[in-house]
Design a protein around this ligand. Structure first.
Ligand SMILES: [Zn+2]
Length: 383
């Protein structure tokens, strides 16, 4: 009996195994077919979007998402030639003419829409993949960036811009130097309420940093934050007034107008004219392909120095994680013992960044780095 039972059991088990195998095979085949069909459908939809978008007939939300994706990637240091750049599959700047809704970066506002405390209102990120996947700009800028050499000759869009705001000039030191084992933490897009947390942490560690501020956020409500930046020994630079890529990069004059507003606002609040700045999206992006050389020449001629970055926290992605931000922001440790300025891009609009700042600072300290605020005598990191 026992043996029979055993035999029966074995047989049953074998049959069961075979059944399971058959079911799995069937399931696998079905799943494979489903996946295949899904991928095919997705490819068709994506291709359709790009074709429609390139032809300027895509519905605005579709085009907007593509612009948002590109802009967010660009801000993260990843330059994707979807549109407007040479080497891309899709066409000229005119191709994105139908897009009328301005890009709103995650965590920022459109046209400086702030609440009474200067906090960002609304504005959700683009439908991008996880923040962790959008790793540091430093690691990724090398390959995909459209280098100036690869860009088409720039047409002269308008006449001499030097007549505009002729008084907007600053002095630049003759020598700008690189440092060893010094980190320049930079925070873009503020000030807002999160900035206060950032300032608290910086004070805890007695670390000096640099804030590239947005003019539309410089209000009576945020004035105490600016006052504290000055009091605590941080540097304030110009980021932009509106943070709207398309209009500010339309021409040299348009850029100067946007810059001038924030330049004067900073002076009004601090009594000092800012001498350093950071381009929204970095000095080369798909919105300034035709104007960046002229804009850079004009700003440089006026004595201003701009700073890109060689480390990015990746906190401007739509779904950044605390772990990802910490990992990305501390990649500058690879520059240990090398005479190279480490400029870290972060955003003081990101509460995740604020929460990781202490750990970021400690990581660099443990590797023997110190921190300084950027001054015009610091040699800039330029893409
Ligand atoms: Zn920005």
């Amino acid at each position: 009996m026992d043996r029979f039972d055993d035999f029966y059991d074995e047989t049953e088990k074998d049959e069961e195994k075979e059944n399971i195998g058959r079911r799995l095979t069937k399931k696998a085949k079905t799943a494979l077919l489903a996946v295949g069909l899904t991928v095919l459908l997705a490819l068709v939809i994506i291709a359709g979007c790009f074709i429609a978008y390139g032809a300027g007939v895509a519905p605005e939300p579709v085009g907007h998402v593509i612009v948002q994706m590109e802009s967010a990637l660009s801000e993260a240091g990843i330059h994707v030639p979807f549109i407007g750049t040479t080497g891309g599959a899709v066409a000229s700047p005119a191709a994105y003419e139908p897009i009328t809704t301005p890009y709103v970066r995650p965590g920022t506002t459109s046209e400086g829409a702030l609440d009474a405390e200067g906090n960002p209102i609304g504005a959700s990120g683009a439908a991008l993949t996880s923040g962790a996947a959008l790793t540091s700009g430093a690691a990724l800028t090398g390959g995909a960036v459209a280098t100036p050499a690869a860009v088409e000759p720039e047409p002269q869009i308008e006449g001499d811009a030097s007549g505009l705001y002729p008084e907007m000039k600053v002095s630049r030191p003759a020598n700008q130097v690189s440092t060893t084992n010094v980190v320049y933490l930079t925070f873009d897009d503020g000030p807002c309420s999160v900035t206060e947390d950032v300032l608290d942490t910086l004070a805890d560690y007695d670390v000096k940093a640099t804030f590239f501020v947005v003019g539309n956020r410089l209000t009576e409500a945020t004035r105490p934050i600016i006052d504290r930046m000055v009091r605590d020994g941080h540097t304030i630079g110009v980021h932009t007034t509106t943070h709207k890529y398309k209009p500010i990069y339309a021409s040299v004059n348009a850029y100067l107008e946007d810059f001038h507003t924030t330049y004067e606002l900073i002076h009004d609040m601090t009594g000092q004219y800012p001498k350093i700045f950071r381009f929204p999206g970095g000095s080369i992006n798909s919105y300034n392909v035709n104007t960046h050389t002229a804009i850079i020449n004009e700003m440089t001629k006026r004595g201003f120095t701009y700073y890109d970055w060689n480390v990015s926290a990746g906190d401007a992605a739509s779904n950044p994680s605390e772990e990802g931000i910490l990992l990305n922001a501390t990649r500058g440790t690879k520059y240990k013992d090398v005479k190279k300025n480490v400029v870290v891009l972060m955003h003081d609009t990101s509460s995740l960044t604020a929460s990781q700042l202490g750990a970021i600072i400690e990581t660099y300290i443990n590797e023997g780095f110190t921190f300084e605020a950027i001054t015009p005598s610091v040699k800039p990191i330029i893409f």
